[in-house]
Write a protein that binds this ligand. Structure first.
Ligand code: KIV
Length: 262
C-alpha cells in the first residue's frame, strides 16, 4: 500500500521511526523504494549531487519537475515529496500556488516541501494546505538561506531555539503534515518533537525525531562534500572508479569484448 501523510501520522502515534531518503533519478528512486523506505524526497540538494552546482540556489523549477517525474516513474510505494526551489515560492502567495500546483499537476509527487517558518511562509503553507496540497515544512538550517545562515548549526542559543520551536509549531498550525528539522541540537529536536502532533524528520538533529532523512548521495559515498552529520554506508564512488578502471584495462589489453563465434 502507498505511504501517505496519514500513514506517517500513524507512524508517529505508534512511535515507528519514519525512514526518508532523497532521490534524483529513476534508477536511484527504484532501488531506494524497493529497499522499503517510507518517504522519498526529491530534494533540491540534487542541484549539488546530480547537477554539480555549488549550492541549492541555482536549480530551476523545470529541472525539479524533470527530476521529480523521473523519480516518480521508479517509485511504487513510498510517499514522494518534491522540494520547491529557491525563489519559486517566496515572492508571493500566487507564485507559491503556481509552483506547488505545477509540481503536483506535472509530476506524480504527492506532496511538496518548502523552507522556512516566518509569518509570510506560514500564510503560504496555510493557503497551500487549504487548496489540498500536502506540505512538508523545513526549519533549522535551511540551505536556501546559505548566504545569510551559512551551514552552521541553528537553535543553539535560547533566542534561536525559541524561534525554531515557534516556527515548527506555526507550521503545524498552518496544516503542514510533517516538518524537517535540520542541524539543530538533539535536545531542541526532542522538545519540538514532543510539542508537535505531526511527525518531525531529522537531519543532523539527533535521534529523538520521529524519523530521519539523509541525502542518498552522502549515504552511498557519491558526494564530493558531505555535512558532518551525514553517515556514509558505502563507498560507491570507489566501486564505480574501480569498475571503470577494470573495464578500461580490459579494453586496452583487448580482453574485452570476447570474440563471439558465429
Ligand atoms: O534538499 C534536500 O535534500 C533536503 C534534505 C537535506 C532534507 O532538503
Amino acid at each position: 500500500m502507498r505511504v501517505t501523510p496519514r500513514t506517517l501520522q500513524k507512524y508517529k502515534e505508534t512511535a515507528r521511526p519514519i525512514v526518508t531518503l532523497t532521490a534524483w533519478d529513476y534508477a536511484i528512486a527504484r532501488l531506494v523504494d524497493q529497499a522499503g523506505v517510507d518517504v522519498i524526497l526529491v530534494g533540491d540538494s540534487l542541484a549539488m549531487v546530480a547537477l554539480g552546482y555549488e549550492n541549492t540556489l541555482p536549480v530551476s523549477l523545470e529541472a525539479m519537475i524533470h527530476h521529480t517525474q523521473a523519480v516518480c516513474r521508479g517509485v511504487e510505494k513510498a510517499l514522494v515529496v518534491s522540494d520547491l526551489p529557491f525563489l519559486t515560492y517566496q515572492e508571493s502567495l500566487s507564485q507559491a500556488i503556481n509552483t506547488a500546483g505545477r509540481i503536483l499537476k506535472e509530476t506524480a509527487a504527492q506532496a511538496i516541501k518548502l523552507e522556512g517558518g516566518h509569518p509570510a511562509m506560514i500564510d503560504t503553507v496555510a493557503r497551500l494546505t487549504q487548496l489540498g496540497i500536502p506540505v512538508m515544512g523545513h526549519v533549522g538550517l535551511t540551505p536556501q538561506s546559505v548566504h545569510t545562515l551559512g551551514y552552521r548549526q541553528q537553535g543553539n542559543n535560547e533566542l534561536e531555539a525559541t524561534r525554531v520551536t515557534q516556527e515548527a509549531i506555526s507550521l503545524e498550525q498552518a496544516g503542514a503534515f510533517a516538518v524537517v528539522l535540520e542541524h539543530i541540537p538533539a535536545t531542541l529536536a526532542q522538545t519540538i518533537t514532543e510539542k508537535l502532533a505531526i511527525p518531525t524528520i531529522g537531519i543532523g538533529a539527533g535521534n529523538y525525531c520521529d524519523g530521519q532523512v539523509l541525502v542518498t548521495a552522502d549515504l552511498l559515498g557519491l558526494s564530493e562534500k558531505s555535512p558532518p552529520f551525514a553517515k556514509q554506508y558505502l563507498d560507491l564512488g570507489k566501486l564505480i572508479t574501480d569498475a571503470v578502471q577494470s573495464y578500461s584495462d580490459d579494453v586496452r589489453t583487448r580482453q574485452f569484448p570476447p570474440n563471439l563465434v558465429p
